[in-house]
Design a protein around this ligand. Structure first.
Ligand code: SAM
Length: 421
């Protein structure tokens, strides 16, 4: 733009981003709006193009590993704004950020003000060096930058009123609960059954209770808390099944499963183009045994003589030697229908189970808030755990999920005890 300096252009883009996030309902508080209008995002990604820095919905990768996978990034403004809203930061608070970069720490520093304290920790010296440098340049030298594996928190500055985890976690290590004040908030992108949701959890004694959860992608945790999923490659890797937990013991029974003729069942459940489906994924993950994610290489699939049909949703389930995945099919206008494509020697029962759960989601949970999360230390005796719809045992914690009761069934449902899942 003629006559516009890069500083003016950055301010203009920053305001456009904040306006877009307000319109989308992500920014709701005056405090988050004010800091996101004030802090110059470009200081924390000097090598990137200004338009990319201010793209509201995408993060910027700042480091990749030897296999090309992103290991550090400047999180998307959308994700940062949402986490800041979830964290309800007040002036004077003591805050720990896990996963550094500088940008989010600068927002936090603005929000806690001169009487508060922000510590940010990262496992990677490349990241901590940049973070310190950028924070100094942007005028936030008061933020403490620590190089460590955050699996153990940062005990030297604890306790914290808030802990914001800005890296994808599979578990909640004891340090994150122990270093939080009672009533304090942990905001963490937590994976359950392979599905990551950024969950705001309040500490109540030794347990955590969720206030809200929303789908965002984050780079995975490294170090002691890193977690490997179990994968089965089909059709020479063109199709992969990914189990984050509760993988069946004998996956070899599924080899060759895609060579059967598919059975296609229209569930009757619907979806509109652009409609969020995070609760549908989580509903299937918590109600269909054998749930897994399915990753399909589009080019290899299209080149296959027997391509998998439908628009893929990434959700599947296995039962013995049978496999079923969920696909959508366009109806008219904005409407889609959800189909189940099932393969194997006897796929009908699995196909019907998945279809039935899609219908239950459509009837009872579509557009709803999704499940509440409870997190307990793994050492909690069974008799202290409340009833829940679904439970998963992690290394350090037990995560329990409970769905809101649909209006017409309040009090009539039998809850499953977590240990039976
Ligand atoms: C998405 S980036 C953080 C973004 C940053 N908060 C910002 O302001 O945009 C995630 C970071 O988590 C770090 N990380 C991964 N595993 C970690 C661990 N165990 N302890 C501390 N940091 C870790 C990575 O090195 C990476 O820099």
């Amino acid at each position: 733009m003629t006559g516009t300096t890069s500083g003016e252009r950055a301010t203009e883009l920053r305001n456009q981003t904040v306006d877009a996030l307000k319109d989308a309902g992500t920014i709701v508080s005056a405090r988050v709006e004010a800091v996101m209008r004030a802090v110059p995002r470009e200081t924390f990604a000097p090598e990137a193009d200004l338009d990319a820095v201010y793209e509201p919905w995408n993060g910027l990768v700042t480091k990749r590993d030897e296999n090309g996978r992103a290991v550090s990034s400047l999180s998307a403004p959308d994700a940062q704004a949402h986490m800041l809203e979830q964290a309800r930061i007040e002036p004077g608070m003591t805050v720990l950020e896990i996963g550094s970069g500088g940008m989010n720490a600068a927002y936090l520093s603005e929000m806690v003000g001169p009487t508060g304290r922000v510590t940010t920790v990262d496992i990677d010296p490349f990241v901590t060096e940049r973070t310190s440098r950028f924070l100094d340049q942007a005028g936030y030298p008061q933020v403490t930058v620590v190089l460590a594996d955050a699996e153990h928190g940062v005990p030297q500055h604890a306790p914290y009123d808030r802990i914001l985890v800005t890296v994808g976690a599979w578990d909640v290590p004891p340090a994150w609960i122990d270093q939080l004040v009672d009533g304090g908030l942990l905001v963490v992108p937590l994976k359950v059954m392979g599905l990551m949701r950024t969950v705001a959890l309040v500490r109540e004694g030794d347990r955590l209770v969720s206030e809200s959860a929303r789908l965002f992608g984050f780079v995975p945790m490294q170090g002691v808390g890193a977690h490997d999923s179990t994968e089965l490659a089909l059709r020479e890797g063109a199709v992969r099944l990914v189990f984050d937990e509760q993988a069946p013991a004998d996956l070899s029974r599924l080899e060759g499963v895609l060579e059967y003729e598919p059975l296609v069942v229209d569930s009757g459940a619907g979806l509109r183009l652009g409609e969020p489906w995070a609760t549908m994924q989580m509903w299937l993950a918590t109600t269909v045994p054998g749930f897994c994610r399915i990753l399909v290489d589009r080019a290899a699939n299209e080149a296959s003589p027997r391509p998998l049909g439908g628009l893929h949703t990434g959700m599947a389930a296995v039962d013995g030697a049978n496999l079923a995945y969920v696909a959508s099919r366009k109806l008219g206008g904005q409407e889609l229908t959800l189909e189940v494509h099932a393969y194997g020697p006897a796929p009908a029962a699995l196909a019907e189970l998945v279809a039935e759960q899609l219908r239950v989601w459509d009837r009872d949970h579509r557009g709803g808030p999704g499940p509440q999360y409870l997190v307990y230390p793994a050492t909690t005796p069974d008799e202290r755990l409340p009833a829940a719809d679904f439970a998963v045992a992690k290394r350090h914690s037990r995560v329990l999920l409970s769905w809101p009761r649909p209006a017409n069934t309040v009090g009539s449902d039998v809850l499953h005890h977590p240990n039976h899942q």
